[in-house]
Design a protein around this ligand. Sequence first.
Ligand code: FAD
Length: 311
Amino acid sequence: MTILLLADHDQHTLSDATARALTAASATGGTVHLLVAGHNIGAVAEAAAKLSGVSTVLVADDPALAHGLAEPVAATILEHAGDYDTIVAPATATGKDVFPRIAARLDVMQISDVTRIVAPDTFERPIYAGNAVETVKTSDKIRILTIRTSAFNPAEAGDTPAEIKTVAVPQASWRARFEEEIVTKSDRPDLSSAKIVISGGRALGSADRFRDTLGPLAERLNAAIGASRAAVDAGYAPNDLQVGQTGKVVAPDLYIALGISGAIQHLAGMKDSKIIVAINKDEDAPIFQIADYGLVGDLFQIVPEFEKALG
Ligand code: FAD
């Protein structure tokens, strides 16, 4: 069995999501080829070749792939799809953009957000905002999977680098065109892969209080900052910090929820965190049902005390 894994990267750096999806791809029990599609991506290909479990790195280098647009990336994968039993991507923005197109073109189903490989043709994935786990067995001849990366540990570096091969990129006049990229700049660790996440909810009350309350604590703990949808909708935090069903899915070692009630849609994005700490003034808040440590009280008193205790 041969598996093709689409690397997730920003044209310069290979993301942690790739190493996690590689663990899932390897668990399906075959030879893994890792496709790096982009432009001037030598450094990404070299980093990919160092990962344990990759047999070959395929480099598709073309100006049309410089911004990861779904149309040319999907066409590149489809050009080589016939050589593979399983095609995998992390369920990142890129994976979610490219893979439905591939599945449609191959006329097979996509199995999204896989959290466990049961057998080469059988997979587990969460449904109903994570309230149930569905086991999917497929008889499709090519399996198209996106991986929920928080469910898998990253593959380590291997002893011998994998072979790097250049592959053909189909040429066409693509209908989608890159216009502009607006990237949020942050000194904080990336939310999806941070070991500690501190999230704030509606209780923060304003953008200033959100920043002034979470910022220093996050700095102290080298944590990423997250937010509930209520905090995002109210304009206290930018959209890309939203954790939950319609935001990011995180599973850090430590998740601290400040003034978040624990709605099912929020839990869908953080309930797999290893240790959950909740601070909420309502002792009946649902977040306490999944918290390992719960503090009932006013976050505006508790957070400064917590900071003082950190020294
Ligand atoms: P609230 O539910 O208003 O809770 C605020 C909490 O703060 C309360 O528990 C209160 O007791 C506590 N509090 C108030 N003051 C203080 C204080 N001084 N100190 C301590 N505690 C205090 N939500 C998400 O988060 N992520 C999603 O991805 C998401 N997707 C959704 C998708 C759909 C289709 C729908 C319908 C909803 C979605 N939601 C999502 C919204 C979700 O249902 C909740 O409305 C939202 O999570 C509530 O945010 P919150 O906990 O910050 O606010």
